[in-house]
Structures are given as C-alpha cells and as structure tokens.
Ligand binder design. Structure first.
Ligand SMILES: Cc1cc2nc3c(=O)[nH]c(=O)nc-3n(C[C@H](O)[C@H](O)[C@H](O)COP(=O)(O)OP(=O)(O)OC[C@H]3O[C@@H](n4cnc5c(N)ncnc54)[C@H](O)[C@@H]3O)c2cc1C
Length: 267
C-alpha cells in the first residue's frame, strides 16, 4: 500500500530514493490506476515532476527531449511539427497533458505510439542510475528495460529530412483509441529510389518492432504502389500480431500491410 510520495529536484536524489518497493512516477496515466489497486506492490513513489527533465531542444539537426516532457508540450513544439500527427493520435488532450515522452517508452502494446515513431527515428535514450549515465538505443530499451534504480532522463534523435517521416495509426475510433496497428517510417530517396528505410510497427508484437523485411524490400525501389505493396506484404515475416479487446490477431495481420502502404503512399 502506498505510504510516501517523494518529489525530488535532483536526478541523483531520485535515483537514491528508487529503492525496492519504490516506483518512478512520471505523468502517472498508466502507473496511478495500478497504484490505486490492492495488488500494487509500490509503497513509495518518486515523482519526476520537479527534476527539470521537461526541456525540448531541436537544433543543428538533432532533437533532445527531456523524459518528463509531456506529450501535449511535444505536440505544441513547431520545430518538431512532423511529430504532431503522432502526438494527436495518442489518447485525449486530458491524458496528453499528463503523459510523458519517457512514460510512453514503457507503455505496453497496444499503447506506445510515440515509442513506435522513436524506433523509426532510430532514437537513443540517456539512462541515469546508481552507476552513473549510460546510453541505449530505444530498441535495446524495449528489449531489456531499465535496471533497479535507473531512469530514462533524455531521448535523442536526428531530425529527419522534410518529407521523409511517415506515420499512421489504425484505431477503432478516429480519436482516443488504442492502436490496432501503428506504422512509423523514415524513408530517404536518392535519384527517385529508396536509399534508406526504417519501418517501425506497433500492434505487431509485444513491443514496437522494426520490419527489416519491409525495409530491405524497399531499398533501391521507387516508391510506387507496386513496390510499396509488395514490400508491405512482407511485414508478417517480422510481426507477431496479438489479440486483445481492440482487435484479433487475425484482423491485425490482415490490415498491417494495408496500413504500411497507406503510411508511405498516403493511400
Ligand atoms: C485512457 C488512456 C488512453 C491511452 N491511449 C494511449 C494511446 O492512444 N497511445 C499511447 O501510446 N498510449 C496511450 N495511453 C498510455 C499512456 O498514457 C501513455 O503511453 C503515456 O505516455 C505514459 O506516460 P506517463 O508519463 O503517464 O507514464 P507513468 O504512468 O508515469 O509511468 C508508466 C511506467 O513507466 C515508468 N516510467 C515513466 N517514465 C520513466 C522514465 N523516465 N524512466 C524510467 N521509467 C519510467 C513508470 O515507472 C511506470 O512503470 C493511454 C492511457 C490511458 C489511461
């Protein structure tokens, strides 16, 4: 049962307070409903609210997002306007006012839409812990999580060139609904052919994944209906769609290639 909430102003203090029985509290949109149950193991919460980790920097071709930046603040930042469709596809304005960039990295599928976009952006995270700071690619973070006493303090990525970032999310409703499938991609072209491709998927496994099969099939091709459709059909080689309250695994598998094509071609 919850006994204490600490609100440290220093990352080092936050880490010291993250002892067994303590959890890091960011926006609380996922954690608090759990804390408010009888089965929550957390006696102590360590809030990130006053750690000063809510800065957004976007200059010289790189973005640095403090982990406690809210999704609402991210969505308002004109320097990162390409992420607006991602932010606006997540939950409701009320939730986005609380929910953080760092928290989204820990959201289990079918949540974690920003995490899918960050995977396509090849983002990295700074992790602070009892042993100091370390860096990890977001896919390493998704696979391994953080260790005891560690928190993500920052997310960094290279800004994509204009018109190279693609995103779509299929939902049961147009707004405020979890993902059936989410597709984010960064695709660069040279002389009319794909020169690099990163395609990330949500709703396609227990965590956000890259589809290397789709990426490899796109390389060297022009972005035509034929080439993108053929590449998108390969997504199921990498994906393991699941059944939940929003969609069956069968349905997710059927619509995944369609939404990859729609993300890239807009149709
Ligand atoms: C009604 C509703 C609808 C939602 N819809 C969507 C949706 O459409 N798409 C979507 O992507 N998500 C959705 N979510 C999930 C959630 O709101 C977001 O993913 C949000 O970004 C989680 O961030 P948070 O700051 O609230 O996390 P919290 O609830 O504070 O934390 C979640 C977990 O992450 C850990 N954590 C948080 N920050 C860090 C950090 N910096 N370092 C280490 N650990 C950390 C916490 O300890 C906790 O275990 C929804 C949630 C609700 C309640």
């Amino acid at each position: 049962m919850l006994q204490r909430v600490h609100v440290p102003v220093d990352v080092g203090d936050a880490i010291s307070l993250l002892q067994p029985g303590a959890a890091f509290l960011a926006g609380g949109t996922l954690l608090m409903p759990y804390v408010n149950t009888d089965i929550s193991p957390w006696e102590t919460l360590v809030s990130g609210r006053r750690l000063g980790l809510d800065r957004i920097d976007a200059e010289q071709g790189a973005a640095r997002l403090g982990a406690t930046t809210t999704l609402a603040a991210l969505g308002r930042d004109e320097r990162l306007a390409f992420l607006q469709p991602v932010v606006e596809s997540i939950a409701s304005p009320l939730i986005r006012n609380l929910a953080t960039v760092g928290g989204n990295l820990f959201a289990r599928q079918p949540y974690g839409d920003l995490a899918v976009a960050l995977l396509a952006l090849d983002a990295a995270v700074v992790i602070a812990g009892p042993e100091g700071e370390r860096y990890a690619a977001v896919d390493q973070l998704f696979a391994a999580g953080v260790g005891p006493g560690e928190i993500v303090t920052e997310v960094t990525f290279a800004l994509p060139a204009p018109e190279t970032f693609f995103y779509t999310k299929a939902m049961r409703r147009k707004l405020n609904s979890a993902s059936i499938v989410t597709v984010a991609a960064v695709i660069e072209q040279a002389a009319g052919k794909v020169s690099s491709a990163r395609v990330a998927l949500g709703g396609a496994g227990p965590r956000a994944i890259r589809s290397h099969s789709v990426e490899e099939a796109l390389l060297g091709q022009p972005l035509t209906v034929e080439s993108v459709t053929a590449a998108s059909d390969l997504a199921l080689m990498d994906a393991a769609p699941f059944t939940d309250a929003y969609a069956s695994a069968w349905y997710r598998a059927r619509v995944l290639p369609v939404h990859i094509r729609r993300a890239i071609l807009g149709a």
